[in-house]
Design a protein around this ligand. Structure first.
Ligand code: FAD
Length: 301
């Protein structure tokens, strides 16, 4: 690993951490150490990082804001790559919004709304990065990324940049083709529409109030743990099963929102996984429905 680190340093990358606890990089505040945690600041540094890791056969994964991720307690073997400040930008030209993949989705929805552009109101409470949101086809309040994305710029494992149109991404509910590839999204272009600033602000305020009332936003969590089964709501099934408030170690099924698991007292990933399995078993026993996690489980147990 020493050789990899010195090549990364030669490429100008300054933020290189060894045995970095992933609990510092996930909204659940859970996760064992990554062998190597690298933050390339620019697109060129990102391309160099991927190239170096590839050449040294170091397995790697990318992370955004860690808001949809359960990193297991023994952590991640290999490298975790997080995009740095040079990919944290946004600009607006007419009704087209272009954002670097590290830019925050919440901030983007605010910036677009203030510019009188409609289409991103749904994203005002989704604490991910633009890259993670495109990868997940994040959505809420009856909309999602697929409705407004025009194209993405991606970087592949050979270090080549390409532009993919949104129609190439095979979007579905919390799904995009990106989930079957190892490319890194570096930029996204959104096509919004002109709207009424007051109406946009009112819609965003209404979404925010609803979230504040129905979601445990003061606690460390990762949003909805399970995907909604077709024509059903995971939260409703879990609530009907009487599981709200169930606790394993430091992890608890939120008494406010049954599809959220909150870290109430230094929970381990194992606590969360045990709760996930407990929910799946009970819901299958009661309703013959198999709940599938929406959160991504990575690392070693
Ligand atoms: P991460 O969790 O860091 O990563 C998710 C996946 O994306 C990983 O596989 C990662 O490898 C990949 N990825 C990250 N960046 C890139 C990139 N640049 N290129 C390629 N792949 C990348 N989600 C919803 O859909 N709707 C909601 O309403 C919602 N509400 C939430 C509320 C709360 C309080 C929280 C904590 C989470 C919520 N989420 C919601 C979940 C989460 O915010 C979204 O899934 C978000 O899009 C994840 O973005 P991220 O940057 O945190 O991705």
């Amino acid at each position: 690993m020493q050789e990899v680190v010195s090549e990364l340093r030669s490429a100008g990358i300054r933020r290189i951490l060894l045995d970095e606890p992933m609990s510092n990089h996930t909204t659940w505040k859970i996760g064992g150490p990554a062998d190597l945690f690298v933050v390339p600041e620019t697109k060129q540094q990102l391309a160099d990082t991927i190239n170096i890791l590839h050449r040294h056969r170091v397995p790697w994964m990318k992370i955004g804001r860690g808001s949809n991720m359960l990193v297991l307690d023994k952590g991640i073997r290999g490298a975790v790559v997080k995009l740095g400040g040079g990919l944290d930008y946004a600009s607006i030209a007419d009704s087209t919004v272009t954002a670097g993949a590290a830019y925050g989705l919440i901030k983007l929805s605010v910036v677009a709304g203030k510019a009188g552009l409609t289409g991103l109101e749904f994203a005002g409470g989704i604490p991910g990065s633009v890259g993670g949101a495109v990868y997940m086809n994040a959505g809420a309040h009856g909309s999602d990324i697929s409705r407004i994305l025009a194209s993405v710029e991606v970087l592949d494992e050979t270090g080549k940049f390409a532009r993919w149109s949104a129609s190439d991404l095979c979007f579905a509910y919390r799904h995009s083709k990106l989930q079957q590839t190892s490319v890194v999204v570096t930029e996204a272009v959104f096509q919004l529409a002109y709207g009424d600033r007051k109406e946009i602000a009112a819609a965003m305020a209404a979404h925010k109030n609803r979230r504040l009332q129905t979601q445990p936003l003061q606690s460390a969590c990762a949003g909805s743990v399970f995907r909604n089964p077709e024509n059903q709501h995971a939260a409703k099934l879990i609530e009907q099963a009487g599981l709200k408030g169930t606790r394993v170690g430091g992890a608890e099924i939120s008494p406010l929102h049954a599809n959220f698991i909150v870290n109430v007292a230094n929970a381990t990933a194992n606590d969360v996984l045990t709760l996930i399995e407990l929910i799946q078993n009970k819901i299958f026993a009661l309703y013959k429905v198999r709940l599938i996690p929406e959160v991504l489980v990575v690392g070693e147990r």
